[in-house]
Design a protein around this ligand. Structure first.
Ligand code: IMP
Length: 426
């Protein structure tokens, strides 16, 4: 993806998240100088396998596993400082050196305990199936201009005066929602002091850092979290997360102009999964769902919830190509399909008896669509050892060719296992 003309690349999830972006970022980070997370927060869970070691990162960019790379938590992220420092501790315990190469935007908003209480209370009213990490309420406060930013935490004085109206408001909201929970002002003041002091050395104008890196010819990778169908504008609203997960969000959330971005890699699974509620047109029923879930290890990296599983949905991926402006695809978890005799692929929808070529805006309509399937032959051989396209069984290549055709975008990478080396660069 990176070359002389392509210095700034975005990696996004092109379905409902959990496509394996962490692994692609890990692979591409080898050629990058800076890796930036630009939206979401501790709701994300990027699993990267290095040797025998499995590392789950929630907020720190997956690039941190490469000792040379500088990592940035951008202004578009809602940072949960407590879990962030927990991740740093875990990485340090694994011998990964963090000092001097991890930066946090001083403009990023912060998730506080009252945001988590509000998230859990609002789930009792409207079941989105959130991760309960306070993401929605933190973004609500950001847009409502009552948010808390890293810069506020770092100020280190006037914490009580700053926090009191916010905690009071949160408690009022909790009462209104009928929640028995209350946020404690003293606990928040203590947290502010403790975490502010730890954040201060990492906090900086990261937009400027990224801008300077690009000006000096360095390579920057912008790492998306979640997936296009969870985007607050383009996803299956209201069953979405509260940020712009699509590539447009990368410029805003990293603090650079959109003209800086040279390419967008969309990561798709060779099938489809979703956690949380909302439509999933190609969801499979019964034993087959359990089979796909077990083969793919489809359990949420953040919450451990079983993921809902379905076949590849070309309408969703075509939509994702459009709303993200994708310039290439990475297909992951091809090996999960190794044992199937036949593999259905959804090539379009029918809605109320008519052809439906696009993802409808109305989730009830998307819930009603009937997928039109084309059944492709399986290959029933392992793909896990393939390192070149030519190593793949012909039926697996035909499967990829069909996905490429349907999506209208070239496949640039194929992942055939969890390990770093289990990847084919096309
Ligand atoms: P929230 O982001 O915690 O507010 O959750 C909103 C929706 O996004 C729920 O359906 C979550 O399951 C989903 N979601 C959030 N983060 C991820 C992720 O990293 N992978 C997959 N789904 C996610």
């Amino acid at each position: 993806m990176f070359d002389r003309k392509h210095n700034c690349i975005v990696v996004v999830g092109a379905q409902w998240g959990d496509e394996g972006k962490g692994k692609l970022v890990d692979v591409l980070a080898e050629q990058a100088d800076v890796v930036v997370r630009y939206q979401g927060g501790a709701n994300a869970g990027h699993t990267v396998v290095v040797g025998e070691r499995q590392v789950v990162l929630h907020q720190i960019p997956s690039g941190i596993l490469h000792p040379r790379v500088r990592c940035v938590v951008g202004n578009g992220v809602v940072l949960d400082p407590e879990t962030f420092f927990g991740e740093i501790k875990e990485l340090t315990a694994q011998g990964i050196e963090i000092a001097g190469r991890l930066f946090v935007s001083d403009r990023a908003h912060v998730v506080l305990p009252y945001h988590k209480l509000l998230d859990q209370a609002s789930e009792m009213q409207q079941q989105i199936g959130t991760t309960g990490r306070g993401i929605g309420p933190a973004y609500e406060d950001k847009i409502g201009r009552r948010g808390v930013r890293v810069t506020d935490l770092c100020r280190g004085r006037g914490a009580r005066e700053f926090l009191e109206p916010r905690v009071e408001r949160a408690n009022g909201m909790l009462r209104l929602m009928g929640s028995p929970a209350t946020a404690d002002l003293d606990e928040h003041v203590e947290l502010f002091g403790r975490l502010g002091a730890k954040l201060r050395p990492l906090a900086t104008d990261t937009g400027l850092l990224v801008h300077r890196a690009l000006r000096s010819g360095q390579r920057v990778l912008l790492e998306g979290a979640q997936g296009a169908l969870l985007d607050v504008d383009h996803g299956t609203y209201p069953f979405v997360t509260s940020s712009n997960t699509t590539a447009g969000g990368a410029a805003v959330g990293a603090g650079i102009g959109p003209t800086e971005i040279d390419g967008v890699l969309g990561v798709v699974k060779a099938y489809t999964t979703r956690v949380g509620n909302g439509p999933l047109p190609t969801e499979v029923a019964g034993d087959l769902q359990a089979q796909l879930r077990d083969l793919g290890g489809e359990f949420g990296a953040t919450t451990g919830r079983p993921r809902r599983c379905g076949w590849f949905d070309a309408t969703v991926v075509r939509y994702s190509v459009r709303v993200n402006g994708l310039t290439g695809l990475a297909v992951t978890k091809l090996d999960v399909l190794d044992t199937f005799e036949e593999i259905p692929v959804c090539v379009g929808y029918r809605l109320d008896g008519s052809e439906c070529a696009e993802v409808p805006s109305d989730v009830e309509a998307l819930d009603r669509v009937e997928p039109v399937y084309e059944v492709l032959p399986g290959w029933q051989r392992t793909t896990a050892t393939a390192r070149r396209l030519a190593d793949l069984p012909p039926a697996a290549r035909a499967y990829l060719d069909r996905l490429e055709d349907l999506a209208g975008q070239p496949i640039r990478f194929v992942s055939v296992g969890t390990r770093r080396d289990q990847i084919i660069e096309v």
